[in-house]
Design a protein around this ligand. Structure first.
Ligand code: 13P
Ligand code: SF4
Length: 304
């Protein structure tokens, strides 16, 4: 390890003790951020840890909606997002006003939102889901019809597996939606015998070609438990680091070279240390929005 990285790691450790802080990192974060974190996980795992941690300060290495969800679930804690510019373009594809319009158009439908939404949108919705629990939450939640937002692809995936009626929104993830069925076919040809696992944020025709559609936590578990040794991975490239680290004898190939989320790459070790040093930038959510959004997130915990 370089001297600079060693100094930063040492300072981070001192600051964590001084501030009673925990560092959470999403599976898409860059290697050095994953390595410095106390917990690395998917959106659902990290939300649960945020809600339950005894630490007073949460440093959230991910994108804005993730840190905001942590603040809503743990309103009395300080939540730091080391890079304020780290947003999620898909989350921006749903705004509260449009949700209200859809509720008027479909008054009998419950509103399920992907966790990839702002707090203001969650405050308008009945129940939240992540890729790890979307099907289970929709099946368990007491409604027969749902407006599902903002990801048309995850919504479509759930619609194909449930008896319930799903009204789709037109949002998508720029990183996953760009992958075509042609690319998936070519990847299979290029790496014969490899198992293809894709995130349900991919287009339906890509999901149809895959052996497994799983969230990032599901991919890690599946790759670890499976007898297969070669995997084509259809999600953001950051996951490959953890897949290889945890399964050194197995081979992992990224489905498409374009599967990079620029926002997930904005955080680095220096910014993590700086955020704890300065106790900034802090995430705040207005109380009226937070209270309503918390009901939506608490229901996800209840129904998953
Ligand atoms: P996971 O919850 O599967 O980690 O996904 C989060 C995300 O942003 C996918 O693009
Ligand atoms: Fe948002 Fe897609 Fe990036 Fe996930 S990978 S944070 S959905 S833009």
């Amino acid at each position: 390890m370089e001297d600079k990285a060693k100094i930063l790691i040492k300072r981070l450790s001192e600051l964590k003790d001084e501030r009673n802080a925990v560092v959470l990192a999403h599976n898409y974060q860059i290697d050095e951020v994953q390595d410095c974190a106390d917990h690395v996980g998917d959106s659902f795992e990290l939300s649960r840890i945020a809600a339950e941690t005894p630490a007073q300060v949460i440093v959230f290495c991910g994108v804005h909606f993730m840190a905001e969800s942590a603040k809503i679930l743990a309103p009395n804690k300080t939540v730091l997002l080391p890079e304020t510019m780290a947003g999620c373009p898909m989350a921006d594809m749903a705004v509260a006003e449009k949700v209200r319009e859809m509720k008027e158009k479909y008054p009998k439908a419950a509103v399920a939102c992907y966790i990839n939404t702002s707090a203001a949108v969650k405050a308008e919705c009945d129940v939240c889901v992540t890729s790890a629990n979307a099907l289970k939450v929709i099946n368990n939640y007491p409604a027969d019809e749902f407006i599902f937002l903002p990801d048309q692809n995850l919504g479509n995936y759930v619609a194909g597996k449930t008896q319930k009626k799903i009204i789709l929104w037109d949002g998508y993830c720029i990183t996953h939606h760009r992958v075509t069925a042609e690319e998936a076919r070519k990847a299979r040809e290029a790496i014969p015998g490899a198992l293809l696992m894709v995130h349900p944020e991919c287009r339906p025709e890509v999901v149809d070609l895959a052996d497994k559609a799983l969230g990032t936590g599901g991919m890690l578990r599946y790759a670890g438990e499976s007898q297969e040794t070669k995997f084509i991975v259809g999600t953001e490239m950051g996951l490959i680091y953890r897949l290889k680290k945890e399964n050194p004898s197995k081979e992992f190939y990224l489905l498409s070279a374009g599967m990079i989320c620029p926002n997930m790459k904005l955080t680095n070790l220096q910014k993590v240390v700086d955020s704890l040093e300065n106790m900034s930038p802090q995430i705040e959510v207005p109380e009226d929005i937070s209270t309503k959004a918390k009901i939506c997130l608490d229901r996800m915990m209840q129904y998953s």
